[in-house]
Design a protein around this ligand. Structure first.
Ligand SMILES: [Zn+2]
Length: 534
């Protein structure tokens, strides 16, 4: 019997029993509830193989307690609703899943499949407990993933930076060579302010790049145990693992801005505790607390720091003279500058991330992006964006940047200083240990290859030298042989000459040339003129 038949079958039976049950009103009322419960549970019970079987068996037996049976149905409906919600949570989470969280979600998926396949009336309480745990954990897991992705892109008035999955950082726009971003490695999050850009390392320290007027502040040099960073035009904030926040006003490093250091009190975060997330516009800063409330310091001329009443907040963005908060239910609250009496975000729902400055950008759970605000440069034209996992906007020269799940970027709005020229970027995403491992292996392989080639070259040279030596030896031998032969030839010649001379002597001729002698007393050769000396 296929699943659908099982469910339809027991609904039919329930109706039949209802029709033929005794006329007693009380019993009929109880059974009415049961029947309603059955009808309302068809869809859900259909998902649970074993429960359907259980129900059919009980109905077939014709021997059951209606009240108890109704309660069981209620329970199945409750667990079924929960299971379906967990299923939806898993589907949403998978869209934003980082490698780091993959295993945990895979476990939940396995458990859910197990639940649909094996749930019985006996094990239902056990499954319910586990489903509740998943239901509580999954939104947190999603937020962890989103926060990691949000840390992978950052844009400012003059430039855009992106974190690559291998832990390096790339930049486009008004970025000068001396910024030295190229040498960064093991970065897990980045934040761009207009004067400086900061990179959070996996070990909890923070790197600084930039150099407004060639001044390097080294302000974050001694920071440790940092888990998140946020840079604004005038200051930089570091969230420590213990929930406190360090703030440094960058203005004090500039002679013409030094006299207005921390003039809005935006760096007065010393008393903040239990912070899980930070965001700054540069002149005001907000901190999200573990209990879902939000603290704010700094410029409050438009009420942008009036976040005291906020509750159930899971993400924050400080933009311009406004502050936006994302509620756990996916809606958005706002305070601060508000031209038309509306922020435009009132109707937003299913939001999982926000980024705000003069316009506001919202990332939805389905990977699309909504935008509201001034659209002079098309900065709000994000309607066609799909599979987005992070968003970023900053500054008054309006633009919007989006990170796709495949590691590429999209940009709309004003391409000031070329900060939107990100079309060629790829591999943007959370630092991936596997990629770093692969890169290191590749480096090792290249090094080994180089070593091998060097050794080969050495061996080749050695062989060449050996052959040259061999050739030289052979040449030396050949020359020696030649000399030996020459000497032999000379010796033979000498021998022949002596023999000839002896023969001439025997014949009474000149022993030098074989000529005849003449003269009576002193005989001389008639040819060479030498005197006879034998
Ligand atoms: Zn002679």
């Amino acid at each position: 019997m296929i699943m659908n038949d099982v469910a339809t079958n027991y609904v039919k039976k329930a109706n039949y029993i209802y029709d033929s049950v005794s006329e007693f009103a009380q019993e009929k009322a109880v059974f009415s509830n049961f029947r309603k419960s059955v009808a309302g549970n068809v869809e859900i019970i259909n998902q649970f193989k074993n429960i359907s079987g259980d129900i059919c068996q009980i109905i077939d037996s014709g021997n059951f307690d209606l009240r108890e049976f109704s309660l069981k149905f209620e329970k199945v409906k409750e667990v079924g609703d929960l299971a379906n919600q967990v299923k939806n949570q898993i589907n949403t989470t998978k869209r934003f899943l980082t490698n780091e969280h993959k295993n945990e979600v895979a476990e939940f998926e396995k458990f859910l499949a197990n639940c649909f396949n094996n749930l019985t009336f006996e094990t239902i309480n056990n499954y319910k407990t586990k489903l509740v745990n998943a239901y509580i954990r999954l939104p947190k897991l999603l937020r962890e993933c989103i926060a990691i992705y949000q840390g992978c892109i950052s844009t400012a008035d003059y430039y855009t930076i992106g974190l690559k999955a291998d832990g390096t950082v790339i930049a486009v726009g008004k970025v000068r060579e001396r910024w030295c971003i190229e040498s960064w490695e093991n970065i897990v999050a980045i934040s761009a302010g207009d004067r400086y850009t900061f990179g959070l390392k996996a070990n909890g320290t923070v790197l600084e790049a930039g150099g407004y007027d060639d001044i390097r502040t080294n302000s974050t040099k001694n920071w440790t145990n940092i888990v998140a960073i946020s840079a604004g035009d005038h200051c930089v904030f570091g969230l420590k693992a213990n929930g406190t926040v360090i703030a440094i006003d960058l203005d004090k490093f500039f002679k013409y801005d030094g006299n207005r250091t921390n003039d809005y009190g935006q760096c007065n975060t010393g008393s903040w505790r239990d912070i899980v997330s930070i965001s700054t516009s540069g002149v005001h800063a907000v901190g999200l607390k573990t209990d879902g409330t939000v603290v704010a310091v700094g410029r409050n001329d438009a009420g942008q720091c009036n976040t005291k009443d906020w509750k159930d907040i899971v993400a924050i963005s400080a933009g311009g003279r406004r502050t936006f908060g994302l509620r756990s239910d996916g809606t958005v609250v706002a305070v601060g500058y508000n031209e038309d009496g509306k922020y435009g975000t009132e109707d937003w729902k299913d939001i999982v991330a926000i980024s705000a400055y003069t316009h506001v950008v919202g990332l939805k759970a389905d990977g699309t992006v909504v935008t509201v605000g001034n659209n002079e440069y098309g900065e709000c034209d994000t309607g066609g964006w799909r599979d987005i996992v992070a968003i970023s906007t900053h500054g008054v020269y309006e633009h919007t940047i989006g990170l796709r799940a495949n590691g590429t970027l999209v940009a709309v709005g004003r391409n000031y200083e070329g900060r939107c020229d990100i079309k060629d970027w790829s591999g943007i995403g959370p630092l991936d240990k596997e990629i770093i491992k692969q890169r290191k292996e590749e480096e090792r392989r290249i090094k080994a290859e180089e070593q091998r080639r060097m050794e080969e070259e050495q061996a080749r040279r050695k062989e060449e030298q050996r052959r040259a030596n061999e050739r030289w030896e052979a040449e030396k031998q050949r020359q020696a042989e030649e000399r030996r032969k020459e000497e032999e030839r000379k010796k033979e010649e000498e021998l022949r000459r002596i023999e000839q001379s002896n023969r001439w002597k025997e014949q009474g001729l000149c022993r030098y040339c074989g000529g005849k002698f003449s003269g009576l007393f002193s005989k001389k050769c008639t040819v060479c003129g030498k005197a006879k000396d034998y």
